[in-house]
Design a protein around this ligand. Structure first.
Ligand code: SF4
Length: 336
């Protein structure tokens, strides 16, 4: 088996927030002991409510945010321990697409120059070929090269997001992390951008991490899904398994909150009731226990539950003792 493109080992990202005016800063434990692998050409969805740590995780993977503990290996390179040359290589071979297509582009630069800038900085093509390559990239993302001299303010949100994707593709990346990249767009434009990403990933053998609120989009686009809750992975598996037969009570609640009639709906603000999760105050034991319909005494204390392999998914929950088995009474509770 070939080595994974990305390997994440027990990653933690903690930082201080707030403070000032006599108040003490609080420790945000955004990512806590996350481990997973991503193969070249694979598409992974990262889902969970706001504050679950998925965006912080995405930034840490690309060295855009500090790592507190653990390791990230990109194509064999230790990202946290990389020197300037290693970081430059990381930025040559990976790219991020952001949520707000307008903010991601320089408002004073036309989009042709914004794409050309990436080609120049990373020396991707000889200077004489930059103009032709810009036109090629624009066509690749479905933008007419005639728009090259327009600034972002003169384009629609969908056109700006396409320009952002063209900038990301300009470096021929091995990995793209798309952080809520369609959330700010109209539904019909979202569909166009998703179809574009589906086409590009198969055409260019791109590895893609798709951070999203929108479970319908993740189901359509991703090979595998990771569900996060308060900085930890609670369930991971192939998309068909996680959507078809979710195991963790939190994943089940998320899935139940998607009406069959409208699978493209995003996560509701509070799918479960109870206190919304806060990375400033993570409950002991299983962090999900204050909201879990199947909570047991063991869930309230001690370390977070270990991950077990259950019905093709990796699940962190005390309900599961060994592969594929669940106590019948507790199964009734989580299916209720
Ligand atoms: Fe619920 Fe306990 Fe499982 Fe956490 S470990 S999800 S509280 S049953």
């Amino acid at each position: 088996m070939s080595a994974p493109l990305l390997r994440v080992e027990d990653l933690a990202v903690h930082f201080k927030a707030g403070g000032g005016l006599g108040r003490k800063a609080k420790l945000v434990r955004a990512v806590n002991g996350v481990s997973f692998e991503l193969a070249a050409g694979e598409t992974l969805g990262l889902v969970g409510e706001s504050g679950c740590g998925k965006s912080t995780l995405g930034r840490a993977l690309l060295h855009l945010g500090a790592i507190t503990d653990g390791r990230v290996y990109f194509d064999g390179m230790d990202v946290g321990g990389a020197d300037a040359g290693g970081i430059a290589r990381l930025h040559r071979e990976t790219a991020m697409i952001f949520q707000d297509p307008y903010n991601a582009l320089n408002p004073r630069m036309n989009i042709g120059n914004a794409i050309a800038e990436v080609l120049r900085v990373h020396k991707k093509v000889p200077p004489a070929e930059i103009k032709a390559r810009v036109a090629e990239l624009m066509q690749l993302v479905g933008l007419s090269p005639d728009l090259a001299d327009r600034r972002p303010a003169a384009l629609s949100g969908g056109q700006c997001q396409r320009a952002g994707i063209a900038r990301a593709l300009a470096i021929n990346p091995k990995l793209i992390i798309a952080d809520e990249c369609v959330a700010a767009l109209d539904v019909s434009i979202q569909a166009q951008i998703i179809n574009l990403l589906i086409e590009l990933k198969s055409r260019m053998n791109l590895a893609l991490i798709f951070i999203a609120h929108d479970l319908g989009v993740v189901r359509r686009l991703c090979d595998r899904v990771i569900v996060m809750y308060l900085g930890r992975i609670v369930e991971e598996g192939l998309t068909e398994d996680v959507f078809g037969n979710p195991q963790h009570p939190y994943t089940r609640a998320l899935m139940r909150a998607i009406p069959e009639i409208d699978p493209d709906r995003g996560l509701p603000d509070d799918p479960l009731g109870g206190e919304p999760p806060s990375p400033l105050d993570i409950p002991a034991g299983c962090a999900f226990h204050p909201r879990c319909p199947a909570v047991m005494p063991v869930c309230r204390t001690g370390p977070a539950p270990a991950t077990r392999f259950v019905n093709n998914c990796h699940v962190a929950c005390h309900l599961y003792q060994d592969q594929g088995s669940t106590d019948p009474q507790t199964r009734e509770k989580i299916h209720a």
